[in-house]
Design a protein around this ligand. Structure first.
Ligand SMILES: *[C@@H]1O[C@H](CO)[C@@H](O)[C@H](O)[C@H]1NC(C)=O
Ligand SMILES: *[C@@H]1O[C@H](CO)[C@@H](O)[C@H](O)[C@H]1NC(C)=O
Ligand SMILES: *[C@@H]1O[C@H](CO)[C@@H](O)[C@H](O)[C@H]1NC(C)=O
Ligand SMILES: *[C@@H]1O[C@H](CO)[C@@H](O)[C@H](O)[C@H]1NC(C)=O
Ligand SMILES: *[C@@H]1O[C@H](CO)[C@@H](O)[C@H](O)[C@H]1NC(C)=O
Ligand SMILES: *[C@@H]1O[C@H](CO)[C@@H](O)[C@H](O)[C@H]1NC(C)=O
Ligand SMILES: *[C@@H]1O[C@H](CO)[C@@H](O)[C@H](O)[C@H]1NC(C)=O
Ligand SMILES: *[C@@H]1O[C@H](CO)[C@@H](O)[C@H](O)[C@H]1NC(C)=O
Ligand SMILES: *[C@@H]1O[C@H](CO)[C@@H](O)[C@H](O)[C@H]1NC(C)=O
Ligand SMILES: *[C@@H]1O[C@H](CO)[C@@H](O)[C@H](O)[C@H]1NC(C)=O
Ligand SMILES: *[C@@H]1O[C@H](CO)[C@@H](O)[C@H](O)[C@H]1NC(C)=O
Ligand SMILES: *[C@@H]1O[C@H](CO)[C@@H](O)[C@H](O)[C@H]1NC(C)=O
Length: 728
C-alpha cells in the first residue's frame, strides 16, 4: 500500500502518461499433475458463470483448459497436496457480466481470494463469501461492488487481511460516484480478531457509530485504512490500546478531521507508526512539534490541509522520515536545518513535496541543499524568488526537481547549478521564468526523461545541449524565447518522445519526411515551413497552427492509427487544395481547425462521419458549393465556423434541427442566399450567431427571441472568449 502510494506520487511528479501493468503468470513445469479433478470442475463452473472479459472483450480465462488447473492464470495450489489455495484475479477482468458462483465453496482449502481492481458492475458481494472459512486474505477493493456488506463476513474468523476499499467512489481508479458503501453497525467486524490489515476506504462510516469500539477490538492490527470514510471526528474512546504497539500504517486521508479531533489521541497512541496519512482533512494552524516524537515514522502525508508556519522545526527527531508530503497547505517558512538535533532527519529525508504553499524568497532552496539524501524535491507553485545558489547542483541523489510556478523573474541558472545532478531524470522549471544561461558546448551530467521548461528563457539560440538527451519522453520548451532554426539532429531525438511542445517560439525549419512520433505534438506559433511529413505515427493531438506550412493537407491520410487523434489544428498556415476524404477515418476527432489557409473545393461530405466532433472551423479559406447534408450527423458540434468562404445555397434547415448543441455558429461572409429558416430557432444554446454579409433576404423568424442563452449579460468579447477558450 505504501509503495503504491509513493509511486503514485512519483507518477504525478513525472507527468507520466501511461503505466504498464505487467501481468505475471506462474508456469508450473511439473510433470506430475497436481490438480484435483473435482477442483478443476469447480473452477470451470466458476469461470462459466463469471463471464469475465478483459479490456479487449476477450475471455480472460480462455487459457483455463489444460488438465493441470494448478497452472491456470490466477490459480495457485499447494505444491504438496495439490489443493487450490489461492485465487488471484487482481486487475484481470475489465468487465464481469455474470455472477460469482458459490461453487467456490467446494474449494475447501482456499486461503486467498483477490478480486481487486476488477469491474463487478455494482453487483453485491455474495453472501456465501462468509462461508469460505479458511480464508486468510480477502481483497475486494476497487472492484466496483455495490449494495451493502454482508455481515456474515464476520464468520471469516481466520482472516488476516481484509480489503474492501475503493468500491463505489473508487479512488484514482474509477469515478462512478454515487454508489458508495454505507454500512450500519460494524459489530460483525469485531469477530475478525486476527486481522492485521484492514482497508475500509471509501466506505461511509457516518452511520456506523460503533466503528471505533469495533476496531479497538482487533488486537493485531498493523495496517488500517479509513480513507474517505466520512469521519469528522475520532471519538475519545478510540484508544487503540489493543493494537497501539502493532499498528504501523494508518491512513485517515480524505475525511473531515480537525486538529483538535485528531491530535490528542494520535500523539498518544502512535508509538510504532511507520506510515501516517492525514492528507485531505481540515488540519489547521502550526504543525505540532509532537510529530517529532514519532521516531519510527518513515512516510508522512499531510497534504491538502491548512497547516501554517514553519516546516522543519517539528520534524526534528524523526530519524527515519524518508517521505514527507505537505503539498497544498499554507506553509510559509521552511526553517533552518541545523546540524545538531535535526541531523537525523537531515540524512533520512529522501522525498519532499512542498508544492502549492506560500514559501517565499530563496532561503528554502539554501536550506534544502543541506539534505544530501533528497531524491525527489517538489517546490512547485510557491512564491520563491531571488537568486538560486549553485549548491543546489550538489544534491547527488536528486532524481526529480520541480521549481515550476514560482517567480524567479530574470534569475539566471547555469551549468554549475546542475554540475553534480548525475541522477536527475525529471526537471520541471515551467512557469518559473528562470533564464537558462548555458554554453553551447555543455554536456549535462544527466539523461532526462521529463524536461519541462515552458516559459523559461532559453533562447534566442536553440539549446544545442538537448542533443545529448537521448532518453526524453516528455519535452516542453514552449514559450522559451527561442528564435533560431531547428538543428538537423533534432528529429533524431524524438523516437522515445510521447509529448513534444515547442509552441510559441520563433523556430524555423521543416518537418522530416517521416515522423515516428507518438501522442502529443504541438509546434504551433513558430516559423515552420514546408509540407507535412509523408508519414506520421499514432498521434492523439497534432497542433501545427500559426506557422507557414504549405502544400496539401492530404498527407494526413498517411497518419497511422487515425482513430487515436482527437485534435487536429492546422489553422493559420498556407495549406492549399482540397480536404481529403480520408478525414472520415479520424473517428475520435473532437477538434478540427483548418481556419485561415487557402483550402478550396467543396466542404467534404465525409466530415459527416465525425460523430465526436465538437469544434469545426473552416473559416477563412476558399471552400465553395453547398454544405453537405451529412454534417447533420455531427450532433456533438458546439462550435461551427464557416465564415469567410465561398459557400452558397440556402442555409440548411438541418442546422437548427440536428446541431442543437451549437453555442457558436458563423456563416458570415459567404454567398448563402434565400430566407433564414425558422428551424434555426432550435439552437437553444447558441450564444453567437453570425449570418452577416451573405445574400439572405426576408425577415427574421419571430422565434429569435427564444435564444435565451444569447440574452445572458455578457459582452460580445466575453462570449467569444468563453467559447473560444475551450478550443483555441
Ligand atoms: C512448495 O511451496 C513452498 C512455499 O510455497 C516453497 O517454499 C517450496 O519451495 C515449494 N516446493 C516445491 C517443490 O516447489
Ligand atoms: C451493468 O449494470 C447495469 C445496470 O445495473 C446494466 O444495465 C448493465 O447491463 C450491466 N453491465 C453488464 C456488463 O452486465
Ligand atoms: C455465521 O454464519 C451463520 C450461518 O452461516 C449465521 O447464522 C451467523 O449469523 C453468522 N455469523 C456472523 C457473525 O455473521
Ligand atoms: C481489546 O480486545 C479484546 C479482545 O478482542 C476485547 O475483549 C477488549 O474489549 C479490547 N479492549 C478495548 C479497550 O477495546
Ligand atoms: C494519553 O493517554 C493516557 C491514558 O489513556 C491519558 O492519561 C493521557 O492524558 C493521554 N495524553 C494525551 C496527551 O492525550
Ligand atoms: C554543520 O556541519 C558542517 C560540516 O558537517 C560544518 O561545516 C558547519 O559549520 C556546521 N554548522 C553548524 C551550524 O554547526
Ligand atoms: C521577492 O518577492 C518579494 C515580494 O513578494 C519582494 O519584496 C522581494 O523584493 C523579492 N526579492 C527579489 C530578490 O526579487
Ligand atoms: C561533485 O561531486 C564530486 C564527487 O562527489 C565532488 O568532488 C565535487 O566537488 C562535486 N562538485 C560540486 C560542484 O559540488
Ligand atoms: C504547449 O504549451 C503551451 C504554452 O506554453 C500550452 O498553451 C499548450 O496547451 C501546450 N500544448 C499541449 C498540447 O499541451
Ligand atoms: C519568424 O517570423 C517572423 C515574422 O514573419 C520574423 O519576424 C522572424 O524573424 C522569424 N524568425 C525566424 C527565426 O525565422
Ligand atoms: C531561420 O532563422 C535563422 C536565425 O534567425 C536565420 O538566420 C535564417 O535565415 C532563418 N531561415 C529561414 C528559412 O527563415
Ligand atoms: C419559442 O418559445 C415559445 C415559448 O417559450 C415556444 O412556445 C415555441 O415553441 C418556441 N419556438 C421554437 C421554434 O422553439
Amino acid at each position: 500500500m505504501m509503495s503504491s502510494k509513493r509511486s503514485h506520487k512519483l507518477l504525478l511528479l513525472h507527468f507520466a502518461i501511461f503505466c504498464l501493468l505487467l501481468l505475471q503468470e506462474n508456469c508450473t513445469e511439473a510433470n506430475v499433475i497436481l490438480c484435483k479433478e473435482s477442483e478443476r470442475k469447480t473452477l470451470l463452473e466458476f469461470k462459466q458463470s463469471l463471464q469475465a472479459v478483459d479490456s479487449s472483450g476477450n475471455d480472460v480465462l480462455s487459457s483455463w483448459k489444460s488438465k493441470e488447473c494448478c497452472g491456470w492464470v490466477g490459480v495457485s495450489c499447494n505444491n504438496l497436496t495439490g489443493y487450490v489455495e489461492k485465487l488471484d484475479f487482481r486487475s484481470k477482468f475489465k468487465d464481469v457480466a455474470g455472477t460469482i458462483s458459490s461453487s467456490l465453496l467446494k474449494l475447501h482449502h482456499l486461503r486467498l481470494l483477490d478480486l481487486s481492481y476488477n469491474d463487478f458492475n455494482g453487483s453485491v458481494i455474495p453472501e456465501f463469501f462468509g462461508s469460505l472459512k479458511k480464508l486468510r486474505y480477502l481483497d475486494l477493493s476497487n472492484a466496483n461492488f455495490g449494495g451493502s456488506i454482508p455481515s456474515n463476513l464476520g464468520n471469516l474468523s481466520m482472516l488476516e487481511t481484509f480489503r474492501l476499499g475503493g468500491n463505489g467512489e473508487g479512488l484514482f481508479y474509477r469515478h462512478n460516484i454515487g454508489n458508495m458503501f454505507t454500512v450500519g453497525k460494524l459489530e460483525w467486524l469485531s469477530h475478525l480478531s486476527f486481522l492485521r490489515g484492514l482497508d475500509l476506504s471509501f466506505v461511509s462510516l457516518s452511520s456506523a457509530d460503533d466503528w471505533s469500539q469495533v476496531i479497538n477490538k482487533l488486537p493485531f492490527l498493523e495496517e488500517l485504512s479509513l480513507s474517505h470514510c466520512d469521519l469528522s471526528s475520532i471519538s475519545p474512546s478510540f484508544s487503540f490500546t489493543n493494537f497501539s504497539t502493532s499498528l504501523t500504517s494508518l491512513d485517515l486521508s480524505g475525511n473531515s478531521l480537525t486538529s483538535s479531533s485528531i491530535y490528542p489521541w494520535l500523539f498518544n497512541v502512535s508509538s510504532n507508526l511507520v506510515s501516517l496519512d492525514l492528507s485531505m482533512n481540515q488540519l489547521k494552524g502550526p504543525i505540532p512539534e509532537a510529530f517529532g516524537n514519532m521516531i519510527t515514522m518513515q512516510e508522512l502525508y499531510l497534504s491538502h490541509n491548512q497547516l501554517e508556519g514553519e516546516i522543519f522545526k517539528s520534524f526534528g527527531n524523526m530519524c527515519s522520515l524518508a517521505f514527507l508530503d505537505m503539498d497544498s497547505n499554507h506553509l510559509s517558512t521552511f526553517g533552518i536545518v541545523q546540524n545538531t538535533s535535526l541531523s537525523c532527519t537531515r540524512y533520512s529525508l529522501r522525498e519532499l513535496s512542498l508544492a502549492h504553499n506560500q514559501l517565499k524568497g530563496n532561503s528554502v532552496l539554501n536550506e534544502i541543499t543541506k539534505l544530501p539524501s533528497l531524491s525527489v524535491l517538489d517546490l512547485g507553485y510557491n512564491l520563491l524568488n531571488g537568486t538560486i545558489k549553485e549548491s543546489i547542483g550538489q544534491l547527488p541523489n536528486l532524481k526529480v526537481l520541480r521549481l515550476a510556478g514560482n517567480a524567479f523573474d530574470n534569475v539566471v541558472i547555469s551549468e554549475a547549478h546542475f554540475s553534480n545532478l548525475t541522477k536527475l531524470r525529471s526537471l520541471d522549471l515551467s512557469y518559473s521564468y528562470l533564464t537558462l544561461k548555458i554554453s553551447s558546448g555543455w554536456s549535462p551530467p544527466f539523461q532526462l526523461g521529463f524536461m519541462l521548461l515552458c516559459s523559461c528563457k532559453i533562447g534566442p539560440s536553440f539549446p544545442i545541449w538537448l542533443r545529448t538527451q537521448t532518453a526524453l519522453v516528455f519535452l516542453d520548451i514552449s514559450a522559451s524565447e527561442i528564435s533560431d532554426s531547428l538543428p538537423d539532429w533534432f528529429w533524431n531525438l524524438v523516437d522515445s518522445l510521447v509529448y513534444l511542445n515547442m509552441s510559441f517560439n520563433q523556430i524555423n525549419g521543416t518537418l522530416p519526411h517521416e515522423l515516428r512520433y507518438k501522442r502529443h505534438l504541438d509546434l504551433s506559433s513558430n516559423n515552420f515551413t514546408g509540407p507535412l511529413p509523408m508519414s506520421l505515427y499514432s498521434l492523439w493531438s497534432l497542433n501545427l497552427s500559426k506557422n507557414k506550412f504549405t502544400g496539401s493537407v492530404s498527407a494526413i491520410c498517411n497518419i497511422m492509427e487515425k482513430w487515436s487523434l482527437y485534435l487536429l489544428d492546422l489553422s493559420y498556415n498556407v495549406f492549399s487544395r482540397e480536404v481529403p476524404g480520408c478525414i472520415a477515418e479520424f473517428v475520435r476527432l473532437k477538434v478540427l481547425n483548418l481556419a485561415d489557409n487557402s483550402l478550396s473545393g467543396p466542404v467534404p461530405s465525409s466530415l459527416g462521419s465525425l460523430a465526436s466532433l465538437e469544434m469545426l472551423s473552416l473559416r477563412g479559406n476558399k471552400f465553395s458549393g453547398e454544405l453537405p447534408s451529412s454534417l447533420h450527423n455531427c450532433k456533438m458540434l458546439k462550435f461551427l465556423d464557416l465564415s469567410n468562404n465561398e459557400l452558397s445555397g440556402e442555409i440548411p434547415k438541418w442546422i437548427g434541427q440536428s446541431l442543437s448543441s451549437l453555442v457558436f455558429l458563423s456563416l458570415r461572409r459567404n454567398q448563402f442566399k434565400g430566407k433564414m429558416p425558422h428551424q434555426l430557432c432550435g439552437l437553444k444554446y447558441v450564444q453567437i450567431l453570425d449570418l452577416s454579409l451573405n445574400n439572405i433576404s426576408g425577415s427574421l423568424p419571430s422565434c429569435f427571441n427564444n435564444f435565451t442563452s444569447m440574452a445572458q449579460k455578457l459582452s460580445l468579447d466575453q462570449r467569444i472568449e468563453h467559447v473560444f477558450r475551450k478550443f483555441l
